[in-house]
Ligand binder design. Structure first.
Ligand SMILES: [Zn+2]
Length: 86
């Protein structure tokens, strides 16, 4: 686990300003941004990250059922959901 995750107790995909706790394993999925950078995280924070990251996608290695879960959650979320209390 990277030092930042150990310090906050949350997965690396959790935004610093996002107060929500992780849901499930911290490496449940991986998000790839449009520059090809990868961030592993729990389903909850991967969805929230995806919602606010233009051009990002779920890594193709993530199982389809899990990827669909993340995409459908992200669709329901505004970018930076925590800023409006979600
Ligand atoms: Zn998380």
């Amino acid at each position: 686990m990277p030092p930042t995750a150990a310090r906050t107790g949350r997965c690396p995909a959790a935004a610093a300003k996002d107060p929500t706790p992780c849901e499930g394993p911290h490496d449940a999925a991986t998000i790839v941004d449009r520059h090809g950078r990868e961030v592993a995280g729990c389903v909850q924070h991967c969805a929230r990250l995806l919602a606010g990251l233009e051009g990002a996608r779920v890594h193709p290695f993530v199982p389809a059922r899990q990827a669909l879960d993340i995409y459908s959650r992200a669709r329901e979320l505004p970018p930076c959901a925590w800023e409006i209390g979600r």
